[in-house]
Every structure is written in structure tokens, then in C-alpha cells.
Design a protein around this ligand. Sequence first.
Ligand code: C2E
Ligand code: MG
Ligand code: MG
Ligand code: MG
Length: 287
Amino acid sequence: AAKERGKGRLAAFEREMHERAVERLELGRDLECALGRGQLSLAYQPIVRLEDHTLFGVEALLRWEHPCSGPISPARFIPIAEATGLIVPIGEWVLRTACRQLAEWEDPALQLSVNVSVRQLADPGFVATVADVLAETGIAPQRLTLELTEGLLADDGEDTLERFRALKVLGVRLAIDDFGTGYSALSYLRAFPIDVLKIDRSFLRGVTEDAERARLVHGIIEMGRSLQLAIVTEGIEEPAQAALMHELRAELGQGYLFSRPVPPDRIAVLLEHGMPVQADAALRASA
Ligand code: C2E
Ligand code: MG
Ligand code: MG
Ligand code: MG
């Protein structure tokens, strides 16, 4: 009987694996026309100065409204876009759309962050695309930060280093996203021309109750500061976390406490009144 049950479980497992593979194929196929059919859009999440909670910049985050399934999270479709190579044209669209939007907001101090995947950075046309978008939109390069994940620093270091240098020649800022989740060594951080560290939100969990966690985050912040990097702490959801991160001398913060990712018109309203960013009903609503 145990053997029969085992077989049953195996069949169920195989069925599930098969369903998942089919789903990935279908999503990949749908994603191929998503751009042309206007199903992709960008939401923008505020990044604030922890000193006074005023708006420092925004991070552009991709949204996909699937015609049948509704909104699909980037955590699900970005890996598919990377595997199929679709991330290259989609990523170019993100960069161009976000830079055009930044120009439209007409606030010369506002900063913009755009996520770039490993696959995009490896594309031979990437640096030229960034240069082209900057030229087209007239955005000062120092206002654009490209967010890259840490994993990138470890594998084929030389090529990545070359790309980073070429981007630095353009004058854009480079950030390491989700810092602390990968396996990058300190030596990489020193060797690469990086401007910003974004400390992953997993470090914020329980940080206000647990002195050891707080010391760990403090250590990361101090290390980043000693390398003269700007520090952004992600995933701030509670006032006590914002206060602690400020106390531990992180300059910038991002998280639901301040605002969810929102449509561009909400950012325009924030810019208009110039007040500290505080999650009111409109900013709490997800986009
Ligand atoms: P990320 O770049 O680390 O972006 C931050 C993610 O954390 C966003 O999820 C944001 O909504 C979420 N977040 C922000 N504050 C909080 C908070 O206080 N609590 C919690 N629980 N979450 C918070 P989102 O928009 O679902 O994006 C997920 C990931 O997908 C991004 O992580 C990024 O790696 C990727 N992604 C999104 N847009 C793009 C894109 O245009 N290009 C590329 N290559 N990747 C993208
Ligand atoms: Mg990011
Ligand atoms: Mg991040
Ligand atoms: Mg993250």
C-alpha cells in the first residue's frame, strides 16, 4: 500500500511539474506580445531622506496587466523574460519610459532608479542604449541610478567590470540591489565602481527587537560608508525601523511606511506639495 501511495505522489508531482512548465511557456508567449499590446506599465516607489522623510527619488518598477489573469508580479515574469531574452527589449522600454517620465516631472533634483538584470548588462548594445536614452531625454546622467544585483559581481568579473566602467564614463550612478542576499565578497565591492548600496529588506525584519540584528545592519552601513557609498535601506514598514535606520546613519530609505509603488500622477502630487512622504490612503494603495 505504501508503494502504491508513493507512486500516486510521484504522479501528482510529475503532473505539477508539467503544469508549471506549461504555465511558464504560456506566460513567455504572452509576454512576447505584452509590450506591443500596451500591457506593461511602470509604477514608481519613493525613496526618501531618512533625516526628514522628504522625497529624494523614485524607483521604477515594472507592472504587467495580463488580459486574462490580471496583474502578474515581476517576481514571476522577470525570470521568464530573462530566460527568453525578452528582458533586453523590455528593459530598454523601461529605461526609456522612466527617463521620459523623469523629464516630464520637471523637478531637476529628483533622482531615478531603474533595475537592470544581468542578461541586459551582458547585451553588447546596453551601454549605447543608456547613452541614447540620456541624449534623447536630456536627463543629467548623475540623476540616473542603475540597480544591479550582487550575484553579478561574482561571475565573470572582468567583463562586468568593463561594463561598469563604460557606464561610469557616461556619468550614471551604479547601485547594488538586495545587498546581503548574494555572495559577493568585500573585495568586489572595493574593486567595482559602485555608488550606492541597497540593503535588502530581509535585514529589516525584527531589527528593532533584536540587538544582534541591529548590530549586523549597523556593520553593513558602516562598511558601506567607509567605502563612501550612499546607503538605501529597503522594506521600511514601521516608524521604529525608519528611526533606527536613521540612528544607524543610513541616509535613505524606501518602503511601505512611506509609500507603495504608485502611478506617476501620484508622484506629481508629492512633488507639488513637497511635504515629507507619509503613506496616506493614496500612497498605501498598491500599483
Ligand atoms: P527590487 O528592485 O528589490 O524592488 C523592490 C521590491 O520590494 C518591489 O517589489 C517593491 O514593491 C517591494 N517593496 C518595497 N517596499 C516594500 C516594503 O516595505 N515591504 C515589502 N514587503 N516589499 C516592499 P516588486 O515591484 O514586486 O518587484 C520585485 C522585483 O522585480 C524587484 O525587486 C526587481 O528585482 C524586479 N523588477 C521590477 N521591475 C523591474 C524592471 O523593470 N527590470 C528588472 N530587470 N527587474 C525588475
Ligand atoms: Mg531595485
Ligand atoms: Mg531591491
Ligand atoms: Mg528586493
